[in-house]
Design a binder for this molecule. Structure first.
Ligand SMILES: [Zn+2]
Length: 233
C-alpha cells in the first residue's frame, strides 16, 4: 500500500513540475469503487476546499502509465476547483462547471499525458494507454464516441445524469489534446440522439477553439441538456 501512495505522490510532483503549479496537500482515501470510476474527488469536498482523493488502488495500478493518466485527470479537477469556486454563486453552479468545463479540461490534460509516450508524430495508428493496455488512437476515439452516443440514449437518474453526460466532455477534451499535437479529429455526432445533437455541436464549437472559453456559457449548455432530459423523459 505504501508503494502505491508513494506512486501517487511522485506522480503529483511530476504534474507540478510539468505544469509549473503548486498542488495543495492531498489526503488519499483507498476504497473499492463499484462503478467505472478509478479515482475521484467528491464535489462537495472540493467546494469546501477539502482535497481528498478517493481511489480504488487495484484499478489504479493496472499499469503504471494507466495510473498516471488517471491521476493527471484528477489533479486537473483539483486545480480547476480552486478557480471555479471563486466564479460560482452556489454549490450547484460550481458542480455544473466541474461536470462540464472541468471534465473537458481534465480529459485534455489526461490525453496529453497519454500522448507523451509517442515519440514520432501522432497518427491514427499511434498506440496509447487505454484501461491498462495499449490501443490505437483510432480505436480509442471511436470507442469514446460510441460511449457518448450510448450515454445520450440511456440517460436516467439512477446512474446520475452528470456522470453520463460527462462522456461528451471527455470526447471533446481528448479531441482538443489531439489538435494541440496537430492531429485533427472530427467528432462525429450523427449517432447522437437528435434531442441533444445541436448542444453537442455547440459545445464542440465553444470548446475546440483557440480562444479562451467562457465557463458560464459551457455550464449553461450543460444545464440546457439537463432540462431537455427532465422535460422529455
Ligand atoms: Zn473527471
Amino acid at each position: 500500500m505504501n508503494n502505491n501512495i508513494d506512486f501517487i505522490k511522485e506522480t503529483t510532483s511530476n504534474y507540478e513540475l510539468e505544469y509549473g503549479v503548486k498542488i495543495p496537500p492531498i489526503d488519499i482515501t483507498p476504497e473499492d469503487i463499484v462503478n467505472n470510476d478509478v479515482a475521484y474527488f467528491e464535489g462537495r469536498e472540493l467546494y469546501n476546499g477539502i482535497y481528498n482523493l478517493h481511489v480504488d488502488i487495484s484499478k489504479l495500478m493496472k499499469s503504471r502509465d494507466h495510473g498516471e493518466v488517471i491521476i493527471y485527470h484528477e489533479l486537473t479537477h483539483l486545480l480547476d476547483s480552486q478557480k471555479l469556486v471563486d466564479v460560482s454563486n452556489s454549490y450547484e453552479d460550481f458542480r455544473n462547471k466541474i461536470l462540464s468545463y472541468s471534465e473537458f479540461h481534465a480529459s485534455e490534460i489526461e490525453m496529453a499525458k497519454r500522448l507523451e509516450e509517442i515519440k514520432e508524430s501522432v497518427n491514427r495508428y499511434s498506440r496509447i494507454q487505454y484501461d491498462g493496455r495499449k490501443i490505437s488512437i483510432d480505436d480509442f476515439m471511436s470507442k469514446t464516441t460510441k460511449f457518448v452516443a450510448e450515454a445520450f440514449d440511456n440517460l436516467n437518474f439512477n446512474s446520475g445524469f452528470g456522470s453520463q453526460i460527462v462522456r461528451l466532455f471527455y470526447l471533446l477534451g481528448y479531441t482538443s489534446a489531439l489538435k494541440k499535437v496537430n492531429f485533427q479529429y472530427n467528432p462525429d455526432f450523427r449517432k447522437i440522439n437528435p434531442l441533444y445533437r445541436q448542444h453537442c455541436k455547440n459545445l464542440k464549437q465553444l470548446l475546440l477553439t483557440d480562444d479562451a472559453c467562457d465557463v458560464d456559457v459551457i455550464a449553461s449548455e450543460f444545464m440546457d441538456m439537463f432540462n431537455i432530459f427532465v422535460t422529455t423523459k
